[in-house]
Ligand binder design. Sequence first.
Ligand SMILES: [Zn+2]
Ligand SMILES: [Zn+2]
Length: 297
Amino acid sequence: MQRRKFLYSTLLTMAAIRTQGKATAFFSPAEWKITMLTDDLGIFTESGGTILFNLSQSGIIVVDSQFPASVPHLIEELKKKGMPFHLLVNTHHHGDHTSGNIVFKPLISRVIAHVNSLYNQEVVARRQNSLDKQYFPTETFSESTVVKTGDQQINLNYFGAAHTNGDAVIHFERENVAHVGDLVFNRRHPFVDRSAGANIKSWISVLQKICSHYDDDTTFVFGHAGEGYQVTGKKQDILAFEDYLSRVLDYVKGQIKAGNSLQEIIEKTTGIPGAAEWKGEGISRPLTAAYEELTTS
Ligand SMILES: [Zn+2]
Ligand SMILES: [Zn+2]
């Protein structure tokens, strides 16, 4: 596997536009930005989960789609390349990764995700009465699958329940870049979606499997990062998040043993001991998920 320097270039036009409309409290409005990781792989950030895209004469591949209000900013830039669109992949079903799928419907006829991602997306859409706003995966996989297109090979892998029960890792073989979706919240308190099969204990082992599956040169793309941290990184960032999750479980286990209720734990906790880099809002989510996981048999 070739060793590539981690390049930041401005192959595509960089621009910044304030997002219109309301963003949820968890995903604050941001300016949009395109950052090229290699000559043909880039990331798009605005609101919601990081998008990874691959420029290719045989067809552009896009991983995740954010929201209908943000993804057109990326599509507009990609269209300037004069390449056809080929494939959309979803890392998992959450709205900040799939709501923009519908914008790709006239452009892309092939959408791939894990089988549980499709199931979860359907369940949520039915519950929210938003079936008409979805563009569902047209193909699914359960353990792993390989997509070959032009001179590119994409490996899709499922390592088990974690942030949901349908998180895929999408690895671009040639560039050795892998989008892990929300399997990694880089120095940011994570959302743990127990309603969609999330499990912190299993998440820890999924992160260990990822670290042994990919090599030390692999560049990882993360769904989200804390203030001042990157949405890309290396194996050590995955190990740091794994350590954080272990500490969350240990900490809450100790609190339960000491006789504290969930409410008391949330009220008194301002940080996870030993994980000082995880700051900011959202700490009640992992605390609640850990508490439920540890008290439900
Ligand atoms: Zn997300
Ligand atoms: Zn998510």
